[in-house]
Design a protein. Structure first.
Length: 308
């Protein structure tokens, strides 16, 4: 072999390595805070293990659970090395738990997940492809089915997919379901969560992330969100509302968010909500945000959310 031929052979190998790096799957770091999540935890973790997109790691933060959560997590770490667990002896709150998970995450992309929900098999696949095709998008969500404590689907929650609409609507509604979000690690890691917040931490994070790029939602249903009486946001709606207002104002003042006139008007109208009883706040939210249809589920009339 001549020197020239050796050089050509070397260049070919370099190009092949470049192509492999270019085509390799991005590592997705799944961050999941759990507190007394034993009832649904197995189903939640198994839904991640069943993803068609295989290059992922999972960081679970056991935030002071006193049920069987710890035993369940030990079984999973024993059979799947991609799953890592951080445990607190006392409850630290969701924001601190998520920040610890971010410290240990090594992926190019960060995916949120809750310990009582279910990620449908193609969730990661659809979201990774979306981020790859849309470099200006910093975070992507998707559509969700609402399930009850028995896993019965009783609603479908739809989110807009247009970046402009998503940027505008954060002033009066959450543009992505928090546990469905997948974001670029460069932005997620830069901001993290405000540890003073035990609720509305999603709105605060979203206001920050909008400083780095746009939002998107895949049009496919990729997640099953379990609604219970203890769901974050439904447990103490007044507290959630106060923190949400604070997060929006801080987003404008500190992170340079520029609301539209429509956004400001709707935001100001929402301030009157604080005068209503908590149950009325939930009822008003659902009447304005959701379109309902009654259908029979196991002989009981249940609400089903339709696309707006």
């Amino acid at each position: 072999m001549t020197v020239v031929e050796g050089l050509e052979d070397c260049l070919i190998k370099i190009e092949q390595k470049k192509m492999k790096r270019k085509n390799r799957q991005s590592l997705v770091s799944v961050i999941m805070p759990v507190y007394n999540a034993a009832e649904f935890l197995v189903e939640a973790i198994e839904s991640v293990r069943k993803q068609t997109y295989k290059n992922w790691e999972m960081i679970v933060v056991n935030d002071g659970s006193n049920d069987e959560t710890d035993e369940i997590l030990k079984k999973f770490t024993g059979k799947d090395k991609r799953i890592k667990v951080i445990s607190f002896s006392n409850n630290q709150g969701i924001s601190r738990s998520l920040n610890w998970a971010l410290e240990f995450a090594s992926g190019d992309l960060i995916a949120r997940m809750d310990g009582d929900d279910i990620a449908l098999p193609n969730r990661f696949k659809f979201q990774v492809e979306y981020l790859k095709k849309n470099p200006k998008v910093v975070a992507v969500g998707g559509q969700a089915e609402m399930i009850d404590d028995k896993g019965i689907v009783f609603a479908e929650k739809r989110f807009p997919t247009d970046a402009k609409n998503l940027r505008e609507m954060i002033m009066w509604a959450v543009p992505m379901q928090h546990p469905i979000v997948m974001a670029r690690a460069t932005a997620f890691g830069k901001y993290g969560y405000d540890e003073r917040m035990r609720t509305a931490e999603d709105v605060d994070l979203f206001m920050k992330l909008l400083s780095d790029g746009e939002f998107g939602n895949v049009d496919e249903v990729v997640y099953q969100y379990r609604k219970t009486d203890m769901s974050n946001g439904y447990h103490d709606v007044k507290k959630t509302f106060y923190w949400t207002v604070w997060a929006r104002i801080r987003g404008i003042v500190k992170f340079g968010y520029r609301p539209s006139l429509r956004g400001v008007m709707l935001f100001l109208l929402e301030l009157g909500v604080v005068l209503l009883p908590a149950k009325s706040v939930v009822a008003l939210y659902e009447s304005q945000r959701l379109v309902w249809l009654k259908q029979k589920v196991e002989g009981i009339l249940a609400p089903v959310l339709l696309k707006r």
